[in-house]
Ligand binder design. Structure first.
Ligand SMILES: Cc1cc2nc3c(=O)[nH]c(=O)nc-3n(C[C@H](O)[C@H](O)[C@H](O)COP(=O)(O)OP(=O)(O)OC[C@H]3O[C@@H](n4cnc5c(N)ncnc54)[C@H](O)[C@@H]3O)c2cc1C
Length: 306
């Protein structure tokens, strides 16, 4: 990740609980072009027609707590399956940020696959002793930017006049009442015949210990960088899916490099182990991985910061 060719567009990190312990957006190094020709990092607004300031006093058919990936997807699925009663989404967000990238095998149709920024039919997996390079035309690996997903989903939900969105509102709790459930937010009481809690809450330490005792618990810690180069340096037609040819002394670790275009890639350094890893260590390890990545021929020359 030599600064002269890899200005950081943004990067993100989270552990397996989904929280963002830190983040840094829009860091542009001296001499670098403004990142993100594809509009990554742009905030997505909730359409005005969805937003309400005060919820109805009546009973909503469905109240969805948390309008992230699962809450928004569920809402659209309900609508497409013919839900006609009033639906309320509640989320503490007031707007959406490009906070993650979803990558998955295109094995079955989804409502979102067409939004993919990139699809790879050739991919590599490496270990210290071996490398597999394989191609699959029927089930490519695809990558979806969060802001594309949020923009699309919110736009689709805005087509339905019986969907409402209470933004910037923290859910405090809920309880069963005679005609359904009552949700308490910081300012309101809202009633719903049905309720879906998709806030993605992290398990408590006690719950985690319990899960670990009763089943298999695989912790995951990673840092991902969305890199934008001012020149075409990546081979965008194939990706490094899992590179285990990295230092394994602290715990099971791999890295991956997903080139979205010749100028843009997602690089992640991943631990499947509950080890303390600092940002600086993640950065150094990802840098070493990227230095091994086959770049386009003329790009190598650019790596010399002089
Ligand atoms: C097989 C698998 C693969 C995965 N691959 C990826 C991947 O490639 N990339 C990736 O990023 N993740 C990946 N994940 C992780 C996960 O799927 C995503 O991070 C996803 O966004 C989680 O969706 P969610 O709706 O549960 O939570 P979120 O999208 O985080 O949504 C939760 C929402 O609840 C809201 N909320 C929370 N608390 C409150 C409160 N008290 N009051 C009001 N609102 C609240 C939040 O603001 C947020 O909008 C993967 C998971 C699995 C199982």
């Amino acid at each position: 990740m030599t600064p002269s060719i890899f200005p950081f567009g943004r990067h993100e990190t989270r552990d397996s609980g989904g929280a963002l312990p830190w983040s840094e957006e829009g860091t542009t190094l001296p001499g670098a072009q403004e990142p993100s020709p594809l509009g990554r990092g742009i905030a997505v607004q909730v359409p005005d027609s969805l937003v309400i300031d005060v919820p109805d006093v009546g009973v909503y058919d469905v109240v969805i707590l948390g309008a992230g990936c699962s809450g928004l997807s569920l809402c659209l699925a309900l609508l497409e399956h013919g839900a006609t009663g009033p639906i309320l989404l509640v989320d503490s967000r007031t707007e959406y940020h490009d906070d993650r990238t979803w990558s998955f095998w295109d094995v079955e149709p989804t409502r979102f696959t067409h939004l993919a920024r990139a699809r790879w039919t050739t991919w590599r997996v490496s270990t210290a002793t071996d490398q597999v390079r394989s191609s699959t035309l029927s089930t490519p690996y695809v990558s979806l930017a969060a802001n594309d997903f949020y923009r699309y989903l919110l736009g689709r939900l805005a087509e339905y006049p019986h969907v409402r969105f209470l933004t910037g509102e923290d859910v405090v709790g809920y309880r069963e009442v005679a005609d359904g459930l009552e949700v308490a937010t910081t300012r309101f009481r809202v009633r719903g015949a049905q309720l879906v809690d998709s806030r993605g809450l992290r398990p408590t330490r006690g719950e985690r210990d319990d899960i670990a005792r009763r089943s298999t618990w695989v912790p995951q810690k990673f840092v991902g960088w969305h890199l934008v180069s001012s020149r075409p340096v990546f081979h965008a037609d194939e990706c490094m899916l899992m590179d285990f040819d990295v230092d394994q002394t602290r715990g099971l670790r791999f890295a991956y490099v997903l080139p979205v275009s010749p100028n843009e890639a997602l690089v992640e350094n991943v631990y499947l182990a509950d080890v303390p890893v600092t940002e600086a260590e993640h950065r150094a390890e990802a840098t070493r991985v990227l230095r091994r990545e086959p770049l386009r021929p003329r790009a190598r020359r650019l790596r010399d910061p002089r």
